[in-house]
Structures are given as C-alpha cells and as structure tokens.
Design a protein around this ligand. Structure first.
Ligand code: IYR
Length: 221
C-alpha cells in the first residue's frame, strides 16, 4: 500500500545558475544589514505588514507538521507596561547575580543592563509561544521537535520583518513564565522569544560587531 495517500504534485521552478547566484547574493546582502535594535522610535507600524510576516513565519517546517506556535501581538500600552515591569524584575535578578561573571563579561560589549524602555517604546511586541503539547477536546496531543520548529519559524519571522523594512530585537528576559500569565495563555504555550518590532530611533546606535567569515563557519567533507 502506498504511504503517499493524499500527496499532490510539487510545483518547483528550476532557475538558471546565474539567477540563483544573483538571488543568493542579494538575499545575503540584505540579511547582513539586519541588526538587533534596542532603541526604537515610538512611531506606529502597519500591522497588515506584520501579519504577512507572520504568514511567512507560519510557513516554516515543523515536526509532524504540527505548527506548534502562537504569535501574540501586543500593542496595548497597558499590556506593554506590565510586560516591561515583569521583564525588568527578572532582569534585575539576572544582572544582579543569576548570570555569572563570565556571562556578564560576554555581554559587556553589548552595553545591556536591566532597564528595558524599548518594551514600552516599540509600537509592537511579538511574543512567540511554543506549544509543548496541544489540547484537543480536553485531550493532550503530543508535539514533536517543538524547539527546532519554533526556532525555524522565529528565524523566518525575523528575516521577513527585516525584509519588510522593520527593525527587531530577539529578547529573552528569562525566565519568561510571566509572559504566559500577563497574556492569559494556557499552560501548554511556553514563551519562547519576545520580539520588539518597530523603526529604529533616529539616534539609534548598535555595537560595532564583526560577523564570522565563511571559512570560520564551514567545514567541508
Ligand atoms: N536577557 C538579558 C541578558 C542578555 C543575554 C544575552 I546571551 C544577550 O545576547 C543579550 C542580553 C538582556 O536582555 O539584557
């Protein structure tokens, strides 16, 4: 018996190699301009653009095609205020000793601390939630490779938002259980990433980072 019941033909267009080269180069050039932003302008952003970016994120592959993710969109100033207050409470603990000396030293070039005004200033916070399992008709349904699946979807989301002209930050004010409580999400939705989204402030500055070259990240066999 075929195991491919219900399969359909794949529509896939082979490109000529020069076209492939041009696309790979321009995609890289664009992604290479992405920077994590911690200084946002308060200006509103078009949420329909963000919704299309979430469609891109949600096109990611996932274990057993369970799509184990929810994207919470937070624009309400009062909810942002609650998130900032709770995040800063965790970060005070983190910077005050939960992160060890080696960790704090590694962070020093980024110039971060426990004060997170961007959580109120950025016009949008996206909370990515990972479904450790799902609930269907009161029954627990198991999911597979949820860390990998939600990681890939989050990567798609960051790339899509950048491509659409929006700045982002991957923020993890851990432990992030407070996000589930503030947003009233069920127990099986585990906060995975908090992504402030907006335009950079006019005077936004970023650390002078250098990315590893190809030879530092590739081994060939
Ligand atoms: N969550 C803290 C600390 C922090 C940790 C890492 I690893 C970073 O790359 C950046 C920050 C904060 O956001 O300040």
């Amino acid at each position: 018996m075929s195991t491919e019941t219900g399969h359909i033909p794949l529509h896939f267009e082979r490109l000529d190699e020069d076209e492939m080269r041009a696309r790979a180069r321009s995609f890289y050039a664009q992604l290479d301009r992405r920077r994590s932003v911690r200084h946002f302008a308060p200006d509103p952003i078009p949420l329909d653009v963000v919704e299309d970016c979430i469609r891109s994120a949600s096109s990611a592959p996932s274990g057993a095609h369970r799509q184990p993710w929810t994207f919470a969109l937070v624009t309400d100033p009062e909810v942002k205020r609650k998130i900032r207050a709770a995040a800063e409470e965790e970060e005070r603990e983190n910077y005050g000793g939960r992160m060890n000396g080696e960790w704090l030293e590694a962070l020093a070039p980024l110039g971060t601390d426990d004060v997170k005004p961007f959580l109120e200033i950025a016009p949008l916070l996206i909370v990515v939630l990972r479904h450790a399992w799902d609930e269907e008709g009161g029954q627990k349904v198991q999911n597979y490779y949820t860390q990998e699946s939600v990681g890939i979807a989050s990567g798609f989301l960051l790339a899509a938002l950048h491509h659409a002209g929006l700045a982002t930050l991957t923020h993890t004010p851990s432990p992030m259980g407070f996000l589930r409580r503030v947003l009233g999400r069920p127990e099986h939705e585990k906060p995975y990433l908090l992504i402030p989204v907006g335009y950079p402030a006019a005077d936004c500055r970023v650390p002078d980072l250098v990315r590893k070259g190809l030879d530092e990240v590739v081994v060939r066999h």
